[in-house]
Design a protein around this ligand. Structure first.
Ligand code: ADP
Length: 582
């Protein structure tokens, strides 16, 4: 039986796993990057080990550092959370080779489902229909044209190894085929190191419905119900709910049984999700996510199961706690992803320090967060601040409960998706359950949303204030509490709580005198122009990456590039001058 679990992750999912560990009497071990020395997941953990590094590649994706922490902590299990190493078969094997239990599916199942082409084949073997498309990599753009003419435009070019909305391009006609293919392959190569792509018919009005399954080592595979994740922007989820509005019991059961077939077809064990697109009464296999998902909480609410506890049971070799007949779904649950993004500006990333935060409570409300007041949301990691989840006996009560809970949530210092959620949850289309995956971008205008104030929290005036400081002894983290003058505590030391840091507004990127400044904190990943180039108004000048998202910074006016003040790889803060155009 596992007694000490290392969580190879950060933020809300790390804390989510640690909470169950604590309930089960299991010691939790955190790992952390240099920037996360005093992060919420580190403060929560029973023990914590330094990985070093700032970027994900240097820290949470540094295999050697994580393996060293596993050995130093003597953890007997490893939970990968989602993202980072969760769907990496080689990493899973490396953990098992150490004699440590991998709390996830067999590496072979990860491999089959990690490649979308082989996943489509596996679904077919299980008798489940995929979105109409091809089963071989595209050879050239003529394949795209032939496919579009056969099934009808638009078509989606999808990277076989893509994910997180990256590596997918929608092509509307034959003229766009070549550019679409090149762009999908380039993005896939850059993000996933492999450029293979295939084709799918692009459904114009689908809903994203997915089925949660759990499977043990005794041959039991159980489906727990569906989640509707159709409220999306940039093909990424924003609101999820269970059950899906208007999904009847016969359709739900058919989807659940199809999901079980897919899981059995790839020898699946542990928790997983079969994603499907649902349109005009038909459902199609989209892909399988071989891990716990962000939105697992809505399934937990309606089934009263703890999915992390199920994962640990399964990893221990025990049978599932439920059979299919014992799964009971009650009521309705909705989750809103509270991201550090500005919905009024096209969901632009908004890293920074949370100066003030009050979180909702009361009946039927759950707040799973990776940050507390005073914490900094770094540009180097994912932008999920927390998940607000509610349960109520029926969908409309859950919707009203979510609106009430959103009103109680205050986050100052960064922009968040909260105002977008208030608009979505109150919208008549959402209330009627009439939304599909394109609905948010095509029918909801976010531009009128007011930007939140970046009010700075007042600094305390006490002479002495207790400060909890992290210290490292041989790479292991401990906390010491010391009393320091407030001015020192809020000065140069590494861990002040309530450390106000005023931020520049993230809207304006250029002004009339031709200086183009950074709309947000981030890293320059690519310069697209050089000094002396002629540029048109609106032309992309450089690519600025923040929170795993690439953003183009464009010229406000046409002219000649006089000066470029930054170089590739450089980190900038909001308001820094990037380019001067005359
Ligand atoms: P990723 O692995 O990047 O998350 P998915 O294949 O899971 O990509 O798709 C993510 C979202 O993109 C879906 O929820 C849906 O909104 C949209 N999508 C993907 N494939 C199609 C398709 N063939 N037709 C319409 N929408 C699609």
């Amino acid at each position: 039986m596992l007694s000490k679990i290392l969580i190879a992750n950060r933020g809300e999912i790390a804390i989510r796993v640690m909470r169950t560990c604590r309930e089960l009497g299991i010691t939790s071990v955190a790992v952390y990057s240099e920037l996360d020395r005093d992060a919420a997941h580190v403060r929560y953990a029973d023990e914590a080990y330094a990985l070093g590094g700032k970027t994900a590649a240097e820290s949470y994706l540094n295999t050697d550092a994580i393996l060293a922490a596993v050995k130093a902590s003597r953890a007997d299990g490893l939970h990968p959370g989602y993202g980072f190493y969760a769907e990496n078969a080689d990493f899973a094997r490396a953990i098992s080779d150490l004699g440590v239990t991998w709390i996830g599916p067999p590496p072979e199942a990860i491999e089959i489902m990690g490649d979308k082409i082989s996943a489509r084949r596996a679904a077919g073997r299980g008798g489940v229909v995929s979105v109409p498309g091809t089963l071989d990599p595209i050879e050239n753009f003529n394949d795209v044209i032939a496919f579009g003419e056969k099934v009808g435009w638009p078509v989606a070019i999808k990277a076989a190894y893509g994910g997180g909305g990256k590596g997918m391009k929608v092509v509307h006609d034959a003229a766009g085929a070549q550019a679409g293919l090149e762009s999908a392959e380039r993005e896939a190569q850059a993000y996933f190191g492999r450029s293979e792509a295939y084709l799918e018919k692009y459904l114009t009005n689908p809903r994203h419905i997915e089925i949660q399954i759990i499977a043990d080592n005794h041959g039991n595979v159980v489906w727990l119900g569906e989640r509707d994740c159709s409220v999306q922007r940039r093909h990424q989820k924003l609101v999820e709910e269970s059950p899906g509005a208007g999904i009847d019991e016969a359709t739900r059961t058919a989807m659940g049984e199809a999901a079980v077939q897919v899981a059995r077809g790839c020898g699946y064990v542990n928790a997983g999700t079969i994603e499907m697109l649902y349109e005009n009464g038909e459902f199609y296999f989209l892909e399988m996510n071989t891990r716990l998902q962000v939105e697992h909480c809505v399934t937990e609410y309606v089934t009263s199961l703890d999915l992390v506890a199920e994962q640990i049971r399964i990893a221990n070799g025990e049978p599932l706690s439920v059979t299919q007949e014992l799964v009971v779904r009650r009521g309705h649950s909705i989750e809103c992803r509270i991201n550090a993004e500005n919905p009024a500006k096209g969901f632009l990333p908004s890293p920074g320090t949370i100066n003030r935060m009050t979180v909702p409570a009361g009946p039927g409300v759950r707040w799973d967060a990776g940050y507390e007041e005073g914490d900094a949301v770094s540009q180097y990691y994912d932008n999920l601040v927390g998940k607000l989840v509610v349960w109520a006996p029926d969908r409309d009560s859950a919707r009203h409960r979510m609106l009430r809970a959103l009103k109680e949530l205050t986050i100052d210092g960064i922009h968040t998706t909260k105002p977008a959620h208030e608009l979505i949850l109150a919208h008549p289309d959402f209330a009627a359950g009439k939304h599909s995956t394109r609905w948010l971008e095509e029918h909801v205008d976010m531009s009128a949303l007011e930007s939140i104030s970046n009010a700075v929290a007042p600094v305390g005036t006490e002479d002495l204030a207790p400060q909890v400081l992290p210290v490292e002894v041989d790479g292991r983290r401990f906390e010491v509490k010391i009393w320091m003058p407030e001015v020192v505590a809020n000065g140069s030391s590494g861990t002040p709580k309530k450390n106000p840091r005023p931020r520049a507004a993230t809207s304006a990127v250029g002004n009339s005198n031709g200086t183009i400044s950074a709309p947000m904190q981030g890293t320059i990943v690519r310069l697209l122009v050089k000094a002396g180039d002629k540029v048109d108004s609106g032309q992309a000048l450089l690519v600025l990456e923040a929170m795993k998202m690439e953003n183009h910074v464009n010229a406000e006016h046409g002219g000649t590039v006089k000066e470029i003040r930054v170089s590739e790889g450089e980190t900038v803060t909001a308001g820094d001058t990037l380019v001067v155009i005359e």
